[in-house]
Design a protein around this ligand. Structure first.
Ligand code: CP
Ligand code: NVA
Length: 308
């Protein structure tokens, strides 16, 4: 069982390699035994506090709590008013009185860090502008499940160096996954994340040509070119990312048994074509399901114990 996981999961950096290995093992067990008995989180309450829309994160955390015997309370972007209706610190203090854990989705990563400072219950980053750790950790699970290993597996991430890419950079650094990132110049992952990965001697290369990154890869990953909050940049980004679409021609450069991942939601016809997303190499919906299993493992690591 995870020994060293910190009280909060704000960043993949809150975990070490052994924690991630434990989470992967526990997620696999929870996928096999979807409703463990006795329920490990019986009577526990999770607050879901979201400043942005969500399908997967919201629903998978809600279902995870239900299937583990607990309960989730969702507060929508309109209801929260973090730092506007009331200070972030006061929301954190109040939420801590009602719930055992809080899952946050914020625009600014600093809001999440501020909340963590004042919360007396664990908090989980359900996406910020800087990082999406639950996504990255779930994706490690999907890769390991499909390929049987992470070390020396080559993942080519084609697209924006966004919050998902930042999480993948840290995930790769901590697991020995080889990461090849292809993005237009100026759209690289956050330099602090790249520096951290280099400190950890990650096998990480950045390309500005998608074909080079994908050549011989075991898996290809993409995400939207315009993330939540960047809508005003849509036209500029659509232009900048020309040549970074995951389509059949690009996929043909990867290994024949390569899998295709996308964290979703997808903008079909932009970063990924229908034929690839719906094709035999795509695991995107298994990947979406795996959010549930990995997040159960995270909730149990922060709150309880897995049976047996
Ligand atoms: N992948 C993901 O986090 O999806 P949502 O934005 O729908 O939660
Ligand atoms: N990059 C995306 C991730 C969505 C799950 C965003 O923040 O919009």
């Amino acid at each position: 069982m995870i020994a060293s996981i910190r009280r909060h999961l704000v960043s993949v950096n809150d975990l070490d390699a052994a924690d991630i290995e434990d989470l992967l093992g526990n997620a696999a067990q929870l996928k096999r035994d979807r409703r463990p008995s006795p329920p490990p989180l019986s009577g526990r309450v999770a607050a879901l506090i979201f400043e942005k829309p969500s399908l997967r994160t919201r629903m998978s955390f809600d279902v995870a709590m239900y299937e583990l015997g607990g309960h989730a309370v969702y507060l929508s972007p309109a209801e929260v008013g973090l730092g506007r209706r009331e200070s972030v610190a006061d929301v954190a203090r109040v939420v801590s009185r009602y719930s055992d854990i809080a899952i946050l989705r914020t625009f600014a990563h600093e809001t999440m860090e501020e909340f963590a400072r004042y919360s007396t219950v664990p908090i989980v980053n359900g996406l910020s502008d800087l990082e999406h750790p639950c996504q990255g950790l779930s994706d490690l699970f999907t890769l390991a499940e499909a390929k049987g290993r992470l070390r020396n597996l080559t993942l080519a991430y084609v697209g924006d160096g966004n919050n998902v890419a930042n999480a993948l950079v840290l995930c790769a650094a901590k697991t020995g996954l080889r990461l090849r990132i292809a993005c237009p110049e100026g759209y690289e992952p956050d330099p602090r994340y790249l520096a951290r990965a280099r400190e950890e001697e990650a096998d990480l290369v950045i390309y500005h040509d998608a074909r080079q990154a994908v050549d011989g890869a075991d898996a290809i990953y993409t995400d939207v070119w315009t993330s939540m909050g960047q809508e005003a940049e849509y036209e500029r980004r659509r232009h900048a990312f020309h040549g970074f679409q995951v389509n059949a021609q690009l996929l043909a450069l990867a290994r024949p048994d390569a899998i295709v991942l996308h964290d979703l939601p997808a903008h079909r016809g932009e970063e990924i074509t229908d034929d690839v997303m719906d094709g035999p190499q795509s695991v995107v919906f298994e990947q979406a399901e795996n959010r549930l299993h990995m997040q159960k493992a995270i909730l149990i690591a922060l709150l309880g114990r897995i049976n047996g």
